[in-house]
Design a protein around this ligand. Structure first.
Ligand SMILES: Nc1nc2c(c(=O)[nH]1)N[C@H]1C(S)=C(S)[C@@H](COP(=O)(O)OP(=O)(O)OC[C@H]3O[C@@H](n4cnc5c(=O)[nH]c(N)nc54)[C@H](O)[C@@H]3O)O[C@H]1N2
Ligand SMILES: Nc1nc2c(c(=O)[nH]1)N[C@H]1C(S)=C(S)[C@@H](COP(=O)(O)OP(=O)(O)OC[C@H]3O[C@@H](n4cnc5c(=O)[nH]c(N)nc54)[C@H](O)[C@@H]3O)O[C@H]1N2
Ligand code: SF4
Ligand SMILES: [Mo]
Length: 567
């Protein structure tokens, strides 16, 4: 294999596929351990993407140099504290982190927390002391895979391909494609996963399935078990929507089997998302899934855990990402993000962007560009070298520049170097040094948990207690044909046909944060009482809350109830 013709898929996705350019064609690299087969629709869409070829100042096309000069002089007028650096997940290559070094040198406000996996990550951290997945071999070798709040076959199709012959159990309010392939589907009520984890823990005890050795070496298992004992078993049936017969069936399936849990972001998009996730990981600890030769729990792991951060900074001031109020700054720099669609509380986001000077740095003209005063085109992934680490498994993907960059574009690294020079700041770590480091650093298995800390206290404000009969839970899912707000979105509102509305009818959806109109589509796979919107739906976030969760500065897109009305 020619070593310098691979391409890493830059998209925010568990699989972190590697492509290869051969005979002028870009296709999946069969030699990459997790990619193997062909790439997905989103990658195909990315190859066809209309990348920005011009810079803009106040909607006028200008050269890249002009835009950079304008930005530099604008920034020179600013008090650093009045500027914000906002980075999204448009490209997950490690070099994307280089602009943060410049903005930190300058003294801009940075963001902390996440719109994505943050609450769950903190839940895992609090139990394990880190968020590292076991090697994927342990997943491939397990007998049973419990898919918990994750749309497994859609959001990680290549990982799924490696494990498709397993016995699956799915825990999800929606009958997802993986739920349909499962031996057992627990169609749980939203935001009751912590209760299910406690119920399962009770059953595990009754079935003599606790891992005494692991419990002995950990802290707090007694407290955790007390939490599980604190309610009568049958009371969980009503709240979780899952019968004790179904739980019995689950234990029949996993008894004497090696078990893995694939945890997704569905369980943690709530105010108490940290502790809900921690309850699940504690159940896993209780039955001994951690630190074994086979099986374990996989979440969206900290992909850079064992790496030195070549571009890491210690900022002076951070704001929580979901809560960003753009209007508070005189200038905001938005890189690789589309907050007009992806951030919570769209009305607030748009008002904020209208009241500040917006600089957008990205590859495409997205919804956020409508509010940009300066647009700086970023070089597309085929024309810049980078390395992608994976949050799904331990294999990385390497990208070489196999194409000329689009005109008037600049890579993130070049941009940062340019800006550092303009301001006389010290340079970045050498590009080739960073690239070689990330490319060549060998995998070390850091997943062993030294001392597990079980969840000892749990207080959750239950949505089911707040919900009126005519209100709906709001669920979000990722979709096969788009990647968050990238590529063509699906703007319908999906609901179980057993409702008082008609298909194709227009409805106004209202929450306490805002409202928006949608066209209804029926879907029997959705649990009654829930509505589903796909991530990337341009109107979705008119309904969502911009406050952070309890502990992790993470967004809580599903901490909301919806009323539907006719216009
Ligand atoms: N094709 C495609 N792939 C993607 C993406 C994409 O947009 N498109 N996005 C990427 C990104 S950014 C991420 S973060 C990952 C996310 O990957 P996943 O974690 O698989 O994300 P979702 O599709 O949101 O799946 C969440 C699942 O949780 C369910 N769910 C919702 N609420 C609850 C609940 O309260 N309890 C339980 N048990 N389940 C619940 C939903 O019905 C849904 O099936 O996927 C990545 N991969
Ligand atoms: N309601 C609701 N909202 C959600 C979600 C949900 O499930 N429901 N999911 C959340 C999740 S999990 C995530 S991860 C976020 C994602 O939200 P964002 O981080 O905003 O990501 P995208 O919407 O994919 O927008 C990425 C943009 O990055 C730009 N881009 C692409 N490649 C490059 C590049 O190489 N360089 C630069 N500079 N720019 C590039 C493109 O212009 C693209 O428009 O959305 C969150 N928002
Ligand atoms: S499955 Fe994910 S990583 Fe692989 S090509 Fe598609 S978007 Fe990229
Ligand atoms: Mo995400």
């Amino acid at each position: 294999m020619n070593l310098n013709n691979t391409l890493a898929c830059p998209l925010d996705c568990f699989d972190t596929c590697e492509a290869v350019l051969s005979n002028g064609k870009i296709k999946g690299n069969k030699e990459h351990p997790t990619t193997k087969s062909k790439l997905c629709v989103n990658f195909a869409n990315l190859l066809k993407e209309d990348f920005l070829e011009d810079a803009y100042i106040s909607n006028e096309k200008v050269s890249l140099d002009k835009a950079l000069q304008e930005f530099t002089s604008k920034l020179k007028e600013m008090n650093p504290e009045d500027t914000l650096y906002y980075k999204g997940a448009g490209n997950l290559g490690v070099m994307q982190n280089s602009p943060k070094v410049f903005f930190n040198n300058f003294g801009s406000i940075l963001t902390k927390g996440s719109l994505c996996e943050g609450a769950g990550e903190e839940g895992i951290n609090l139990g394990r002391g880190k968020n590292v997945n076991p090697p994927i071999e342990k997943l491939i070798n397990s007998d049973v895979i419990i898919v918990w709040g994750r749309n497994y076959s859609i959001t990680s199709p290549h990982m799924y391909e490696l494990t498709k012959d397993k016995i699956f159990i799915t825990i999800d309010p929606v009958s997802t494609p993986i739920a349909k392939k499962s031996e057992l589907h627990l169609q749980i009520n939203p935001k009751t996963d912590h209760e299910l984890a406690l119920l399962l823990t009770r059953f595990a005890y009754m079935e003599d399935m606790e891992d005494k050795e692991f419990i002995e070496q950990s802290n707090g298992a007694d407290w955790f078990f007390d939490l599980a004992k604190s309610r009568p078993l049958v009371s969980y049936e009503q709240t979780t929507g899952i019968s004790l017969q179904e739980i019995t069936k689950l234990f029949e399936i996993i008894k004497n089997k090696s078990v893995s849990i694939l945890l997704g972001i569905g369980v943690q998009k709530y105010y108490e998302g940290v502790n809900i996730t921690r309850a699940i990981d504690s159940f896993a600890g209780y039955i001994g899934l951690h630190n074994k030769n086979v099986g374990g729990v996989w979440y969206l792991s900290d992909s850079a855990y064992s790496y030195e951060g070549k571009f890491s900074v210690k900022g002076k001031k951070y704001v929580p990402l979901p809560e960003v109020d753009f209007s508070k700054y005189k200038l905001v720099f938005i890189q690789g993000a589309n907050p007009v669609v992806s951030a919570p509380n769209t009305k607030r986001v748009i008002e904020g962007l209208k009241n500040t000077f917006v600089v957008f740095f990205g590859t495409t003209f997205n919804d956020t560009c409508e509010y940009a005063d300066i647009i700086i085109p970023a070089t597309n992934f085929k024309a810049k070298k980078d390395v992608r680490l994976s949050y799904g498994h331990e294999y990385k993907a390497i990208s070489y520049d196999v194409e000329e960059k689009q005109k008037n574009s600049i890579s993130e690294y070049e941009f940062s170097s340019y800006m550092n020079t303009q301001f006389g700041f010290k340079g970045l770590v050498d590009f080739e040094e960073a690239f070689d480091y990330y490319t060549n650093k060998e995998f070390v298995d850091d997943s062993k948990i030294e001392k597990f800390e079980f969840l000892e206290e749990l207080e959750v404000e239950n949505l089911y207690e707040q919900k009126d009969e005519d209100e709906y839970y709001l669920l979000f899912r990722k979709r096969k044909n788009n990647l968050n707000s990238q590529f063509k979105e699906d703007s319908f509102l999906y609901i179980n046909p057993d409702c008082s509305f008609e298909e194709n009818q227009e409805v106004i959806a209202k929450s306490s944060y805002g409202e928006s109109t949608f066209i209804i589509k029926f879907d029997e796979d959705i649990k009654k009482g829930c509505i589903v919107l796909f991530a990337g739906n341009k109107k979705a976030n008119y309904l969502t809350n911009h406050k952070s969760d309890e502990l992790a500065f993470s967004a809580m897109f599903q901490e909301v109830l919806i009323r539907l009305e006719l216009p």
